[in-house]
Design a protein around this ligand. Structure first.
Ligand code: BES
Ligand code: ZN
Ligand code: ZN
Length: 472
């Protein structure tokens, strides 16, 4: 279900209200009784963030986010307040948001937090949850185009979450490719889908090796957004890991807390599709390409096996020592393929390693870069703006040693430590352009709600990429 965010100039006495205030001075503008104003003042003095007035025909909720000298953290506090208040008002079908803080509180961030909270994955529920907001009316100086922008960002995050929450049996590689196409048709980017024959003729050895044990064919999708007035000649390329299900292959995963959530393993691809949707739908004048290699990773009589040597798309030979390190195999081919576009910058997103998730949890994104110091700094800034933060790993030369193979050019397994970094080093072997690697294994999925990000798929990364590309 879509939440409609709309402007509203007049407020009636039946409208449920959310009022953003900075201090009690602003309250005089409201049509409240003296007793009510006294009560609110009292609560504000006690530093309450949420103050509720229940009138007989409506609810009025006064909100004041906790002060923070750090602008970005204040924005995040405001989004989180959107989440907290959503729990309280979701039973009402509509609400009017009014900002009386004279610009101190950011309405955009508040609406983002509120609308991002208005999500449940209900595709497979026979009885749908009725307690959701249908319309958010906004009584604020925020222009119509800004409201549309928020709505489109939230919609894109929903696309990503829906894709990641969809179980494997409903989302094979070909389904993922078709979903990308559908997102493109809706928002304006063009999608080209390579199926197995084409992938074979291109000799994408990494993607084909991972797919070898599967009964379903792989796909390789190219998403292209090339607006007429793009400010960049060379494209920015987003590459997303599209492992629609990761059993580990012959290096089989255990089930509990491991294989059972592995439908998440196409979250990189889902994030690229969501970000492309947000960019195209908001008509951002930047030339952007998405590349999505997709397959499941399943064992069978024909599956690739530990000890195999695989020749990749660029000719590199790889000794496979663990078939569960499959993400790097399919990404490597996509990263090699990206050279043909002579890109300005390539960013890949992948649920690549348990090591990344263990290192920082779900609070942010593990990052690495090569030839892209400045770009990474800018992306980091977007990370703080959107609270989809980066934690950059060391990427010292010393780690290169750990992926050297005795019998091939490199191996797909690192040493006993730094698993996220050696995975990154494996990918770095295939790039010559400015490149940023984002390992989203931690934040792509949460087992309990992390504020407005929803339980299960979070969609983290979509707002980051949108903000970064828009502001370049
Ligand atoms: N898809 C997993 C990584 C993952 C772990 C994603 C947890 C989401 C949550 C990846 O393909 C994998 O299995 N990586 C292995 C690599 C190892 C065999 C070198 C890992 O991290 O254990
Ligand atoms: Zn794996
Ligand atoms: Zn995987």
């Amino acid at each position: 279900m879509k939440t409609f965010i709309k402007n509203k100039n007049t407020i009636s006495e039946k409208d449920n209200l959310i009022i953003l205030v900075e201090n009690s001075n602003n309250l005089s503008n409201l049509d409240l009784e003296k007793k009510e104003i006294n009560y609110i003042n009292d609560r504000l003095k006690k530093n309450d963030e949420i103050i509720t007035i229940n009138q007989y025909n409506r609810e009025i909720i006064i909100l004041r986010p906790k002060k923070n000298d750090d602008t970005n953290l204040y924005l995040e506090e405001t989004r989180c307040l959107g989440f907290k208040v959503h729990e309280q008002i979701k039973k009402n079908s509509s609400v009017v948001v009014q900002n009386l803080s004279e610009g101190v509180i950011n309405t955009f961030a508040f609406l983002e937090g509120l609308a991002l909270s208005n999500y449940n994955f209900e595709e497979y529920k026979t009885k749908k949850d009725e307690s959701k907001l249908h319309t958010v009316f906004v009584n604020d100086s925020l222009k119509e185009d800004k409201l549309n922008e928020i709505e489109k960002i939230v919609e894109a995050v929903k696309i990503t979450r829906d894709l990641v929450n969809t179980p494997f049996s409903h989302l094979k590689a070909i389904d993922l490719a078709n979903k990308a196409k559908k997102a493109g048709d809706e928002s304006g980017f063009k999608t080209t889908i390579f199926t197995k024959k084409k992938i074979e003729s291109l000799k994408m050895g990494g993607l084909l090796a991972v797919n070898q044990g599967s009964i379903d064919e792989p796909t390789f999708s190219i998403l292209e957004w090339k607006p007429a007035n793009a400010t960049n000649k060379k494209p920015i390329i987003l590459v997303g890991k599209g492992v629609v299900y990761d059993t580990g292959g012959l290096s089989l995963k255990p089930t509990a807390n491991s294989m059972d959530i592995m439908k998440v393993d196409m979250a990189g691809a889902g994030t690229v599709i969501g970000a492309m949707h947000a960019i195209a739908n908001n008509n951002i004048q930047k030339y952007v390409i998405g590349l999505i290699p997709a397959t499941d990773n399943r064992p069978s009589g024909n599956a690739y096996a530990p000890g195999d040597v695989v020749t990749m798309y660029d000719g590199t030979t790889v000794e496979v020592l663990n078939t569960d390190a499959e993400g790097r195999m399919i990404l490597a081919d996509a990263l090699s393929y990206a050279h043909k576009y002579d890109p300005e910058l390539v960013i890949d997103l992948a649920t690549l390693t348990g090591s990344a998730a263990n290192t920082i949890g779900h609070f942010g994104i593990v990052s690495m870069q090569e030839n892209a110091r400045k770009e990474h700094d800018l992306l980091e800034k977007s990370g703080h703006n959107t609270h989809e933060r980066l934690a950059e790993m060391p990427f010292w030369k010393d780690y290169d040693e750990l992926i050297k193979s005795d019998i091939a050019d490199i191996k797909n397994l690192g040493g006993p430590f730094g698993g996220a970094i050696t995975a990154g080093k494996f990918l770095a072997h295939f790039i010559k352009y400015p490149w940023i690697h984002l390992d989203i294994a931690g934040p792509a999925w949460v087992s309990s709600k992390y504020q407005y990000r929803s339980k299960g798929a979070t969609g983290m990364g979509v707002r980051l990429l949108y903000n970064f590309i828009k502001n370049r």
